[in-house]
Every structure is written in C-alpha cells, then in structure tokens.
Design a protein around this ligand. Structure first.
Ligand code: CP
Ligand code: NVA
Length: 343
C-alpha cells in the first residue's frame, strides 16, 4: 500500500498556449468540459477546488472570459479575485516577475488576460502555481476548449470536420484555430487577404502538428477554395483589442465578411453547417463602435452580417456558455488533485 497520490498529466500545469498540449490532452479537457456541463445541468455539485484562491488579472476588457472564470471558480468551491489593470501595481510600479512571486504566495492559481505572451509566461515561471491564459495578442487557448466543445456538441467529433476562419488571419483567434485544430485533427482553412496570412512560425507549428494528426490545413485568399466543403464558418473582429486601424482593415477585410453568399460557397447541407464567433461581434449598429463605423464608413455590419448572426446556423451563444464549462474543466484538471489515470 502506498500513500502517494498519483499525479495526473495535468496536475500543476499552466495553460499558456495550445502547442504545449497533445491532441489527446486537449480533447480530454474538452470532454471533461462536456461532463461538467452535464453535472451543472443536473444540479450535481463538483467542488474540486474547495478552499482555493484564484487571481484573475485583466489588462484588457472582457465579458465572457471574466464571467466564465468567476462563475467556474465559484461552482468549483474556489474564491476568485478580480485584479483589474487599473487596480494593481502590475507593469506600472512592479515588474511582471515580482507580481508573479507575490501572487504565487497568496493564490493557488492565476488567470491572465493581456497583451504580451511573454507576460503570461513569466507569471507561470515565477509564481509557482498554475497560470491560465485568458487571451494574449498571440493565443486564446480557453476559447479553443469552448469552441471544440461546441463542435463536438454539433458533430460528435473533431476529426474530419472542416472549419473555415475568415478575416484577420494574424490575430490570436486565427493562430489558435490553426494550431489547436492541427493538434487535435480538425481541418482548418484560414481565408484572408495575403497580407494577413498567419505568420510563418505559426504556420510551421501548425504544419508539424498536422503531419502527426492528419488534419488538413489550407491558407488561401480565395473564398471559393477556402469555403468549399466546410462544416463550420467562423470569424472574429477585424480590429482586435490593442489595435486601432479601422480604415485599413475595413478596406482589406470587407470581401471576407461572413454573409449568406459565403455560407452558400461551402456547398454543405444545412444540417451539417454551423456559424461560430467567439464574440463580441459587429453584426449591427447597436454599439458605440458600430455607430461610429456607420457614420465614418457607411457600414452597418462588419465581419458577419446580422442575417447570418441571427440565423439558424449561429452557435455563438453556445460557445459563450461553453467558456464556463471548459474553463472549469481546465482549472479542475490542473489544480484539483483529480484522479485522471491516462490520457
Ligand atoms: N470571447 C471572449 O474572449 O470574450 P470576452 O472578450 O468578452 O472575454
Ligand atoms: N481577436 C479578438 C478576440 C476577442 C475575444 C481580440 O483580441 O480582441
């Protein structure tokens, strides 16, 4: 008899970028998220993080990620503490490394949403506790877990399904889809103007992963080629947080708007086709930015038309809900001393 508790492959790990995980590991977290969703719907408690304290650092704005981490933490029995950019010394009076050392002595886990990937890496290295990337300029890994959950809910699998992402091919969402899809065996098409194709180093990581998983990747500026045979058409904002180049992006990306004509180009039967968006989305003029864009550029919708957004294809609010269940799975697996025999 031994009193040693066998550590799972997830125990104590940070989640900084998808490339640090195998396909089986990512899919385990997705399936665990589906399980926790079922527990939540059945009203079955799952207090795997009882007594833990979690720091939620936000340098950028957030509705979904902040709410998902907060509610997931509470459902797991943990205490979440929101540390907004304006409220803490981070970056202004204290280095990332010093902040990490301090927070690691008080909190059991840290979420970080911000600009630099190097910041989330320093937090992980110096804090000594699991750190979860809630979005940086480079990656959005927790969004991938929620999106893959949504794909499995609709298609029952990831492998052999084709996702076409239209728009800014160099942003965090495009990077994450390309690499995470390649790792798990989801076919990913990036359709964008050539000047916004994913960086070569991102393509290299994805190609290496795809060679192992069998995922088919395509990067093209041709709408017909990129959309043909897709099961999922998705997009993201044309201007990400931290950027302000609206005029240039509108000009470049207007031809890459997700509209009904784009969905038609897939040639996929209606019951095998969905639309996804991580949100927030510019699909009408009911926002400050939306109004401003209408006044300046005469556009009432940007990356997705209101017609597609409100159509039967839309799964964006399922994705939003799934952020909570999948973040819960990720936090429980990395911090919860769970028995996970093999992955
Ligand atoms: N999708 C997403 O990350 O949304 P928030 O910016 O609202 O967190
Ligand atoms: N690319 C977007 C994603 C928002 C969830 C941004 O970084 O603003």
């Amino acid at each position: 008899m031994t009193n040693n508790i066998q550590k799972s492959v997830f125990q104590g790990r940070s989640v900084l970028a998808e490339k640090d995980f195998t396909g089986a590991e990512l899919e385990y977290l997705v399936d665990f998220g589906l399980h926790l969703k079922a527990l939540k719907k059945a009203g079955i408690p799952h207090h795997y993080l009882e007594g833990k304290n979690l720091a939620l650092i936000f340098e950028k704005s957030s509705t979904r990620t902040r709410s998902a981490f907060t509610t997931a933490a509470i459902d797991l029995g943990a205490h979440p503490e929101y540390l907004g950019k304006g409220d803490i010394q981070f970056g202004k009076k204290e280095s990332t490394a010093d902040t990490a050392k301090v927070l690691g002595r008080m909190y059991d886990g840290i979420e970080f949403r911000g600009f630099k990937q190097s910041d989330v890496e320093i937090l992980a290295k110096e804090s000594g506790v699991p750190v979860w990337n809630g979005l940086t300029d480079e990656w959005h890994p927790t969004q991938m877990l929620a999106d893959f959950m949504t794909i499995k809910e609709n298609f029952g699998k990831l492998q052999g399904i084709t996702l076409t992402y239209m728009g800014d091919g160099r942003n965090n969402m495009a990077n994450s889809y390309l690499v995470a899809g390649a790792i798990v065996g989801l076919n990913v098409h990036i359709v964008s103007p050539k000047s916004l194709f994913p960086a070569q180093e991102i393509q290299d990581i994805a190609n290496e992963a795809a060679a192992k998983s069998g995922a088919k990747l395509l990067i093209t500026d041709d709408l017909d080629e990129g959309l043909k045979g897709s099961n999922i058409v998705c997009t993201d904002v044309w201007v990400s947080m931290g950027e302000d180049n609206w005029a240039e992006r509108i000009k470049l990306l207007h031809p890459y708007q997700v509209n009904m004509a784009a969905l038609k180009k897939t040639g996929t039967p209606d019951d095998e086709l969905i639309f996804m968006h991580c949100l927030p989305a510019f699909h009408n003029t009911e926002t400050e930015y939306g109004k401003e864009i209408e006044q300046k550029y005469g556009l009432t919708e940007m990356e997705v038309t209101d017609e597609v957004f409100t159509s039967k294809y839309g799964r964006q609010f399922d994705e939003a809900e799934n952020r909570m269940h999948s973040i819960k799975a990720m936090m429980a697996a990395t911090l919860g001393n769970l028995f996970i025999p093999t992955v």
